[in-house]
Write a protein that binds this ligand. Sequence first.
Ligand code: CP
Length: 306
Amino acid sequence: LNAGDGTGEHPTQALLDVFTIREEIGTVNGLVITMGKLMASVFYEVSTRTNCSFSAAMQRLGGSVVSMDTVSSSVKKGESFEDSMIMMSTYADVIVLRHPQPGAAKKAASICAKPVLNAGDGTGEHPTQALLDVFTIREEIGTVNGLVITMVGDLKHGRTVHSLAKLLTLYNVQLRYVSPAGLSMPQSVIDFVKSCQVSQSVYGSLEEALPGTDVLYVTRIQKERFESELEYKKCCGKFVVTPQLMTKAKQKMIVMHPLPRLDEILTDFDTDPRAAYFRQAENGVYIRMAVLSLTLGKTSSHVGQL
Ligand code: CP
């Protein structure tokens, strides 16, 4: 049995590779395998999950990754966003961009000759997170239709809840919002959800919103978006998921969080089967494999944003 002959062949590796694709995706036919393709990972804001899962996804598909960030690149020397995007588009087949400015991915897509995927644009959107969130709900509960989904935390600055609320308008759901004063869901998102005739209501406390909730989607208070530490501190610690609080919730429900978390879900709750947030984060790799595969099959078009 040939276990690899120099620069020649490695047939058993090929067998296990095809087996892995069938196990992970269910088929091999019709797939775009990104062998030889290059993804530029461009992060103007910090990230663990989005950055690493996009890179893992690209490499699991057989592609490669080149990275740029604001610490080690010529952004430090004052290079403009536009010039940086032009450069990345000459190197890579697809650009994954995180940026603090809402609309930055759309702007990059108008500059670059390559597809741009929005990996989070400030307080704007996080579309691939919304995709992995809906995928997680389907995996965990088996359906999205008919569910009561409660979003809690910093709904003003949280791009994940903006994109998720919009994506959920494709389903028959009831949305509940719980947030500290001044951090409510932006009117633009409320208006969009309303225009899709999806039910949405605002609750003053988690205790009120929790009964009947099928998905509790918890978000962090985003310190980096506040003008002062004092303003941030006023909003902290209002809504905290504890094992005791969760005795008031359904037994068959899930708790999600895009992560990172600070103190809004106590680690004591992590062993509860309803704690789905780490399974949710793992799903990011599979969803981003699918997004990259679809995108690299259509290299002449830019990828739209939610
Ligand atoms: N969910 C998410 O966007 O996490 P990161 O900021 O770590 O990428």
